[in-house]
Write a new protein. Structure first.
Lengths: 114, 111
C-alpha cells in the first residue's frame, strides 16, 4: 500500500530533551516536506526536500533540523524542544517538487513539550 | 502573504444538502488543490485544478476556478455525515515554490 508513515504518533516530552520524528514514504517520491498545524494558523511548512541531500527552509524552520540521506526517509529533529513547539506535525511527499502534484500526507504526530 | 483564505470558516448543513466552500488567493497560480482532513488526521488530496482549467469533477465533488477573480469553489453535492471534516485549499504559485495552504473550512453534516 502506498503510504507515508510517521513515528511516533504521540509524544510527550520535556523542554530541552532532543527528539526525532521519523517519516518514511514507499512511493519513490522525490519531494518531501514537514508541516506543523496549530489552531487558527493552519498548516505551516517547516522544511522541505526536493531530493536526496537537498533540503530547504520553509516558513517556520527555527528550532528544527532535517536530513535527507535516503530518498524514502525525511526525519525531523528537535535538538532542544520548547513548549512553543507543541503542535501537530505532518510529513508529506509528492512525485516532484513544489506544488506541481498532489501531496500525500502521513497520519500526523502530536507532540507536547512540557 | 500568498496564503489562500477559505470562506466560510465553518459550515453546518443537513445531510442531503449541498455544501459550497470558497477559496480566494492573492497572486497568480499554476494550480489550486483541495484537501480534506478528518479530525486530527492527515490531509487527503481531493482535486487539483490547473490555472488553464475552469471546472473539474470527481464523484460528488465539483471544483471551479476563476483566475480573473483569484478564487475557487468546492461544491459537495448530496452531502453525507461522513463528509464532516475540514477542507483546505492549497495554491501552487510558480516553479519549485511549495504549496501554500489556507486555514480551512470546518464542515459539519448533520444526519
Amino acid at each position: 500500500e502506498a503510504q507515508v508513515t510517521q513515528n511516533p504518533r504521540y509524544l510527550i516530552t520535556v523542554t530541552g530533551k532532543k527528539l526525532t520524528v521519523t517519516c518514511s514514504q514507499n512511493m519513490n517520491h522525490e519531494y518531501m516536506s514537514w508541516y506543523r498545524q496549530d489552531p487558527g494558523l493552519g498548516l505551516r511548512q517547516i522544511y522541505y526536500s526536493m531530493n536526496v541531500e537537498v533540503t530547504d527552509k520553509g516558513d517556520v524552520p527555527e528550532g528544527y533540523k532535517v536530513s535527507r540521506k535516503e530518498k524514502r526517509n525525511f526525519p525531523l529533529i528537535l535538538e532542544s524542544p520548547s513548549p512553543n513547539q507543541t503542535s501537530l506535525y505532518f510529513c508529506a511527499s509528492s512525485f516532484v517538487g513544489g506544488g506541481y502534484n498532489e501531496q500525500f500526507f502521513g497520519p500526523g504526530t502530536r507532540l507536547t513539550v512540557l | 502573504s500568498q496564503q489562500g483564505e477559505e470562506d466560510p470558516q465553518a459550515l453546518s448543513i443537513q445531510e442531503g444538502e449541498n455544501a459550497t466552500m470558497n477559496c480566494s488567493y492573492k497572486t497568480s497560480i499554476n494550480n489550486l488543490q483541495w484537501y480534506r482532513q478528518n479530525s486530527g488526521r492527515g490531509l487527503v488530496h481531493l482535486i487539483l485544478i490547473r490555472s488553464n482549467e475552469r471546472e473539474k469533477h470527481s464523484g460528488r465533488l465539483r471544483v471551479t476556478l476563476d483566475t480573473s477573480k483569484k478564487s475557487s469553489s468546492l461544491l459537495i453535492t448530496a452531502s453525507r455525515a461522513a463528509d464532516t471534516a475540514s477542507y483546505f485549499c492549497a495554491t501552487h504559485h510558480s516553479g519549485n515554490t511549495p504549496l501554500v495552504f489556507g486555514k480551512g473550512t470546518r464542515l459539519s453534516v448533520i444526519a
